[in-house]
Every structure is written in C-alpha cells, then in structure tokens.
Design a protein around this ligand. Structure first.
Ligand code: PLP
Length: 474
C-alpha cells in the first residue's frame, strides 16, 4: 500500500485556508499558507480512506489467531471492556475520599481476596503496573525482609529459562544474579542448585510452568532446599493461566509472587497499553507490601497507608484501577469452576496442537506440556530456520509464534494457543504449519523468501535494526 505521500496528488486540499479579511495586516509568511512541501495535497475523503484502509491492515486477536507463546494473547470478552468503561468507574477522581468511593474500594478488596483465594497468598497489593513492576516490588520486599533481619545476602538465583525481566529486577535492586541451568528434560537442575545455595542466597525466582511450558516437577524439593538455607522463593506468575483453580502457588512452597492481569485476567495487551502486575505475599511478608493496601473493617473499606515496614509507594494512587475492574468482572463471570475450566482448556488446547505437530517438527523436550510448548528448527532441510517459518506463517494469515525465546533453546518456536481458540482454529493453525513443513522439502525458496502477501515483504532484519528509516523524505 502506498504511503499517504505517494498518493497521486494535485491541487486538492483537505482544509482550504479562507481568504483573510483583516484590513491592516502584515502579509502572512508563505510557509504558513502553503504546506505543499510538507503535506500531500489530497482531499479529506482520501485522507479518511487512506487511514481506514491502513487500520484494516492491523492484525489482532479480534481478527485472527495470535499464538504468541509467553504472552497469552487471548480473546478477552468485550463485556469486561464495557464494564470498565462505566462512568462510575472512569469518572471517579482518584482523590475521592474513601467513604465516597466505597464501591470502587470494595471491588479492589474483593479482587485481592479472589487472587488470594486462587494463589493461596495471604494478601495482594494491586499497585504494580506490569509483571516487571510486580517483580521489582517483590525483590524490594525480599531486600527489606533481609535488611530487617540484619542479614546481608547478595545473590538471587534464576533459572536459564527465565524471562529477561527477572534478572533485570534483581539487578535494579542491587542483588547479583546466579544462573541455574536446566536439565535436558527442561527442569531446574537440582544438583547444581544444591551446590549454588548457601547463606548468601536471598531468594530464587521461578516461573511455573516454566517458559518451555513445562510444570517444574521438583518445585517442592526446590522450595525446601531454599527454606532450609533461610532463602525466600519467588513465583513469576505470568503463566498462571495454566494452573489457576488447579493448584495454589503458595502450596508449592512459594513465599511471594506477581500476577499479570493483562495476560491471565482479561486485559488486552500487546500494544503497550496499561497493565497490572499485582504482588501477593505470604503472611510473614504482608507488612512489607507497597502502600496503600485496600483493607476491610466490617462493612467499610479503607486504604491502609500504615505499614511500618512497607517498601513504600510504587505507583500513583492505587495502581491501574480500570485494569483491576476488568479482572474483577472476568473472575466474577467465570466463578470458581470457570477459572478451573479455563486452565484445563488452555492446557488441552496446547497439548492438542502439540500432538498434531508431532513427527513433523523437532521437540526439544518430549513430554506433555501445560499451556504452551516449544518446537525448534532442528532438522529442517535446506538450512531453513525458525525465522523463515515465522515469516512464511504470515502468508497463511496467522501471527507468528514467539521465536528465539526461551533463549536457552536454539531456534525456539514457542506456541501458546490459549483457551479461547476453538478446535477449528487450532486445526487451521496446525494445517498451516504442516503445509509449511511440506514446503520446506518441496519448495524451500518459498519459505526462505516469505512473506509474499504482507504489506512489507522480507526485511533485512540487521539493516532494519542498524539503519532504521524513521522519517519520510520526498
Ligand atoms: C510477560 C512476562 C513477564 C513480564 O511481564 P510484563 O507484564 O510484560 O512486564 C515476566 N515473566 C514472564 C514469564 C512473562 O511471560
């Protein structure tokens, strides 16, 4: 599609500047009267058509399947959007006195209670604005916990399969990262972990299911190893959609965790919009939660600023309120049994896809997965790579899966269908990948030079990163 500057232009204009009728005036400078050099001469109707056509080129969960592993790009019911847009929520001033905002506070309190019920954590703060922000709050809590005990612990352990935000949060709080390798089965290598744990270890951060979509089989053993040395166990809860209603995070031995409301609980994301990463803690750690925490006294709800060991404020007011409203509406509508079914369906869908792709692609770990799984480009003919597969799938009208993550698996292609896709769309996606696999043998040039049907064809990724063209020049 041509850019707006490349559209055929003549002397048309969207807004002709009227003749001015002021008697005594300095003549306006030419550059104010003529935009010929900077703006294209096209009519308003053409502008509208151009941008409407552009908007229709958007790819989203509302138009297509979006199997991006680790991100949980699922369809989110529009009802929750609608509820979050009610005037009573959107027009509520954040400085409204608590006794005039009881309904809003009740929603926040009930949401935290539901998250506690699902995870087994004693209390949640809804303040963090993203998963990474929740992690930061969590590591600050870990830091404060040991400071108050008068212990100087320097190290936080992180598996090599971890999301990049984990080591970043650790580093931002002044701890050192020690990486724990994975076994060939995709679990944390317990033997190495035993060697790494000592009195200098403050905590371990673990994602379960991990970024390979595998349930960490030794999680209880890891928890007792850490606790035997006085260290804390942090759960990265980004993958909770595989477990909710089935197992409580606290019961696996974790002491604190974050959730991603924008992955698990009905907030659309991917465009960089607002999110929420509530931080939940065990009883022992509640005094460190960021303020304010919403509390209940009888029928009344309050914002509690009086936690003497709190890590302080980490967000203005009480976080991204409307994201919390969406999550609240979602949980209320699903109920306890719906939450369980959601997790079960997410796992079933991933395993169905996995079974359909078996034999055609290489699986670095061959065991039942949770909500997502990883295949790789190992063994593909004619030097075809993960990148080629990701490009070719665009020609089949699918968004590409996550590629080259997790980073400890070479050429990873990480697929998460989510619970919201039907068997028909799962089959269509599997058929597309199987057809591409055939093309790898029969027509490798097609795969290597794809995509052909997208507005932008194959780009030179290195040049695009090194020499990005960010401005339009005539
Ligand atoms: C997405 C994700 C994060 C970071 O969450 P954001 O909300 O993007 O900041 C952390 N860990 C894992 C495993 C994730 O998938």
């Amino acid at each position: 599609m041509p850019t707006i500057f490349d559209l055929p232009s003549s002397d048309r204009a969207a807004f002709p500047v009227p003749e001015y009728n002021v008697a005594d005036h300095e003549p306006l400078p030419d550059e104010l009267l003529s935009f010929d050099d900077v703006l294209p001469n096209i009519s308003e109707r053409e502008v509208v058509r151009h941008y409407t056509a552009l908007s229709q080129k958007n790819y989203s969960v509302d138009t297509h399947m979006y199997p991006l592993g680790s991100c949980t790009m699922k369809y989110n019911p529009k009802l929750n959007e609608r509820i979050a847009s009610f005037g009573g929520f959107t027009q509520l001033h954040p400085l409204t006195r608590a006794d005039h905002a009881q309904g809003a506070l009740e929603i926040l309190w009930e949401l935290s209670s539901m998250l506690s019920e699902i995870t087994g954590m004693k209390e949640f703060s809804l303040a963090p604005a993203a998963g990474a922000h929740g992690e930061l709050a969590g590591v600050m809590i870990i830091k404060k916990f040991f400071e108050e005990k008068g212990e100087k612990r320097r190290i936080i352990l992180i598996p090599d399969s971890a999301h990049g935000t984990n080591p970043a949060s650790v580093a931002m709080c002044g701890f050192e990262v020690r990486q724990v390798p994975s076994t060939r089965e995709g679990d944390v290598d317990i033997r190495t972990l035993e060697r790494l744990i000592n009195d200098n270890v403050a905590a371990m951060m673990l994602t379960n299911p991990n970024t390979l979509g595998l349930f960490e089989q030794k999680v209880i053993e890891i928890a007792s190893l850490l606790h035997s040395k006085g260290a804390l166990f942090y759960a990265d809860g980004a993958n909770l959609n595989a477990l909710m209603g089935k197992v409580k995070v606290r019961d696996m031995g974790f002491d604190l965790m974050h959730l991603n409301l924008h992955k698990t609980f009905s907030t659309p994301h991917g465009g960089g919009g607002p999110g929420a990463g509530p931080i939940g803690v065990s009883e022992e750690l509640t005094k460190y939660l960021p303020v304010p925490v919403v509390i209940r006294d009888g029928d009344k709800f309050f914002l509690d600023y009086e936690r003497k060991s709190s890590i302080g404020r980490i967000h203005s007011f009480y976080g991204n309120f409307l994201i919390c409203v969406r999550a609240y509406a979602y949980l209320k509508r699903l109920g306890a049994s719906g939450i369980k079914t959601t997790a079960e369906t997410a796992v079933l869908n991933a395993n169905y896809l996995r079974a359909r792709l078996k034999g055609a692609f290489y699986f670095p770990v061959d065991r039942p997965c949770m909500h997502e799984f990883v295949i790789t480009d190992k063994g593909l003919p004619h030097g075809i790579t993960t990148n080629d597969i990701a490009k070719r799938i665009l020609d089949y009208n699918f968004h590409a899966p996550t590629v080259y993550f997790p980073i400890h698996v070479s050429g990873a292609i990480m697929i998460e269908p989510t619970e919201t896709e039907s068997k028909q769309s799962l089959d269509a996606f599997a058929d597309a990948l199987l057809s591409i696999r055939k093309e790898c043998e029969e027509n490798p040039e097609l795969v290597r030079n794809a995509p052909f049907t997208t507005p932008v064809k194959r780009v030179d990724a290195v040049q695009a990163a090194r020499k990005p063209v960010l401005t339009w020049r005539k």
